[in-house]
Write a protein that binds this ligand. Structure first.
Ligand SMILES: Cc1cc2nc3c(=O)[nH]c(=O)nc-3n(C[C@H](O)[C@H](O)[C@H](O)COP(=O)(O)OP(=O)(O)OC[C@H]3O[C@@H](n4cnc5c(N)ncnc54)[C@H](O)[C@@H]3O)c2cc1C
Length: 292
């Protein structure tokens, strides 16, 4: 983990309030693993910039290229609005990379990447890593509501345009305006009906909580191992504020006697230090205090 200052290389709107921010920091790039995130200052060191909030904001690292990393973000509140004002050469305080990373698939195991909206970035990071390792057995299913949100696809489109046309990376929209009409789970299950590799599958997912709940339920029914990256409300990113906790399923499903043996630290897992990646069956995927 590094406490550092990154320089803005690019910050452009991709449409409908979705932005791509590219920042230069060799310290952050040197430590990146797919699934990890950064806490970004939204402009407090910017002389003459907009007044910005005190707390930094958490964002997944979508891609690392040399000493430049990128995040894809949606403008939803005051922090992300300040981020959208960032201009090249400005300097941004960054803490990270933080959190854990996805478990990589076994050789021969098919990695199924399910990304919803601004939950797509960690899937880009994972696809990049699998490609770099020569693990060719992956498929990505990327979902948004409608064509208006198709900026979320940019990370995949830039590097995997060919796979998008051969069906290895598939775009889905709920209204059918781009690609498959329906959600990413439906798209995956449709493809799955034509065969599963001998090495089996492992699912990776990031997106809104209802999507993650559906992924966990489906994977439990199919007995497919799955990991989810959760985006709970997060204040500090380093295990101090405890705003980002998620309930341990061992506690939720436990007997009174089992619960009595567990401390609050066993019951409530901090997404910043124990996650954001969890086994899909190991935590309670409720909406908690999420605003967006
Ligand atoms: C590990 C992790 C990775 C994330 N990756 C991405 C990403 O790649 N792209 C993206 O667009 N968004 C991502 N988010 C969500 C993003 O952090 C929030 O949308 C953002 O913090 C909202 O800030 P705001 O000031 O604009 O909104 P406000 O509502 O003004 O924020 C108020 C406070 O609530 C917190 N907050 C609000 N919504 C969320 C949320 N959904 N998750 C966590 N904290 C929240 C903020 O950090 C802030 O402290 C991620 C969240 C987490 C925890």
């Amino acid at each position: 983990m590094h406490e550092t200052v990154a320089t803005v290389v690019e910050n452009r709107e991709l449409g409908s309030g979705v932005w791509l921010l590219r920042l230069r920091s060799s310290a952050v790039c040197s430590d990146h693993e797919p699934g990890r995130f950064v806490m970004l200052g939204t402009g407090e060191e910017v002389a003459g910039g907009p007044p910005s909030p005190l707390l930094r904001r958490p964002f997944s690292i979508q891609r690392v290229q040399g000493d430049v990393f990128e995040v894809l973000y949606r403008v939803v509140g005051v922090g992300t609005r300040c981020m959208s004002e960032l201009r090249p050469t400005l300097r941004v305080p960054v803490l990270g990379p933080l959190g854990n990373a996805f478990t990589l698939p076994q050789p021969g195991e098919r990695a199924v990447l399910l990304g919803g909206g601004v939950g797509i970035p960690p899937m880009v990071a994972l696809a990049d890593r699998l490609s770099a390792l020569g693990h060719g057995e992956w498929r990505a299913y990327l979902g948004v509501s409608s064509a208006a949100d198709s900026g979320c696809f940019v990370g995949f489109e830039e590097r995997y345009g060919a796979e998008l046309s051969d069906g290895r990376a598939l775009r889905a929209t709920m209204d059918g305006s781009v690609g498959f009409a329906g959600n990413v789970i439906e798209a995956w299950l449709r493809d799955r009906a034509s065969g599963i590799p001998q090495g089996g599958e492992r699912v990776y997912a990031c997106g809104p909580m209802p999507m993650l709940r559906a992924v966990a339920r489906t994977c439990a029914e199919l007995d497919v191992p799955a990991e989810v990256s959760v985006e709970t409300m997060m204040g500090c990113g380093v295990g101090i504020c405890m705003g980002c906790v998620i309930e341990n399923r061992t506690y939720a499903d436990g007997t009174a006697a089992q619960r009595a043996c567990m401390s609050p630290y066993d019951r409530w897992l901090m997404a910043c230090t124990k996650g954001p990646v969890f086994g899909a069956q190991s935590v309670v995927l409720d909406d908690g205090g999420l605003l967006h």
